[in-house]
Design a protein around this ligand. Structure first.
Ligand SMILES: [Zn+2]
Ligand SMILES: [Zn+2]
Length: 341
């Protein structure tokens, strides 16, 4: 089968073909696994973190991609109600130990043995993949293959971030960075908290206009001051400046939730601007979001189908995987990028 692989760490400002297209044997499912014929896979900023070595794969080569929609082609056991021919999704959580305190309390996203799809094992930038049967999710019929793919990471982790905000209807929410996850969060907020205003912070004017088009109350650059202090802010940027600025924009008792697997080192010195009375005093909190649990994916897909809401997507043919990756690096983002396989 054809697959794109990461073979080494590289600098995306210099490298124009970070992924290599290879022929590899079609994987054979072991007991408890299913074989999927992949239809679509969405592209995530985490692929950039893997390629640039901030969260490097433990083994090379590895097939990236953790927002996969495919058809079950072979099933080895019966551990769920999944059958051959079902259309299912795979998310960032490929497996967890199932026996530790975190796993037993529904926090399998924090398990020490957490295995990530498309980093620790082969993911969805390929024609086929194998995955544990208990870690696939039926895709509601209301979504097409391209619409469903970005729901599996951007959507599910956006959902987890929003839950961690602890917000109530009427609270003001800020979103720093307006990529795939933030735009899905905005749609979710409009459904769950109809009286809440959303404030978007983004570097590019394109992203700001997109945020306003989708119904944000206000949009500005990360150092602009919103008209109101905010109850909670979700940061989805890869850098530090928006974190410091966001803390200043929070109300007393407000919470900043950082939805980023790693931060870049580029502007780390911006943290020296952190001034305790302005940024942290009065019980302001910072919390990171780590991975997703299966429950996040299940709950999010259910709500998304009920609304139903369709993510804005940009599609790319399988051959254009490198282009999709480079466009994310260059922040040419308008909604979620999806590879058609
Ligand atoms: Zn992702
Ligand atoms: Zn565990």
């Amino acid at each position: 089968m054809k697959a794109w692989v990461i073979e080494k760490v590289c600098d995306l400002l210099k490298e124009t073909s970070p992924l290599n297209l290879v022929d590899m044997p079609r994987p054979v499912p072991k007991k408890g696994e299913v074989l999927l014929k992949i239809r679509t896979c969405a592209v995530c900023h985490t692929e950039i973190d893997e390629i640039e070595g901030r969260t490097p794969p433990p083994n090379y080569p590895v097939v990236p991609g953790h927002q996969v929609v495919g058809i079950v082609e072979q099933i080895t056991g019966q551990y769920s109600d999944i059958k051959n021919g079902d259309r299912v999704g795979v998310a960032w959580i490929y497996s967890a130990c199932g026996t530790c305190d975190f796993c037993l309390s529904g926090q399998e996203n924090l398990c020490d043995k957490f295995v990530a799809t498309g980093r620790d094992v082969h993911g969805g930038y390929a024609e086929y993949m194998v995955v544990p049967e208990k870690f696939v999710y039926k895709i509601p019929a209301v979504f097409s293959d391209t619409e469903a793919a970005p729901l599996l990471c951007a959507g599910a982790i956006g959902y987890r971030s929003l839950v961690l905000c602890n917000m109530k209807n009427g609270n003001r929410l800020g979103l720093t960075g307006f990529g795939a996850s933030a735009h899905l969060v905005l749609k979710l907020v409009k459904h769950k908290y109809p009286d809440s205003e959303v404030y978007a912070f983004a570097r590019s004017e394109k992203e700001r206009n997109f945020a306003l088009q989708l119904g944000c109350k206000w949009a500005g650059d990360s150092h602009d001051k919103p008209t109101q202090k905010l109850d909670c802010i979700i940061d989805t940027t890869p850098v530090w400046k928006p974190v410091v600025e966001a803390l200043q924009n929070l109300k007393a008792g407000g919470r900043l939730v950082i939805n980023a697997i790693r931060k870049e080192e580029l502007d780390k010195d911006y943290l020296l601007k952190l001034n305790y009375p302005e940024h942290l005093w009065k019980e302001k909190e910072i919390k990171s979001v780590a991975n997703v649990a299966r429950n996040d994916v299940v709950e999010f897909l259910k709500i998304a189908a009920e609304i139903p809401f369709k993510p804005e997507v940009q599609t790319y043919s399988f051959e254009k995987a490198n282009r999709a990756i480079l466009e994310i690096k260059q922040r040419k983002i308008k909604g979620a990028k999806v590879l058609i396989i």
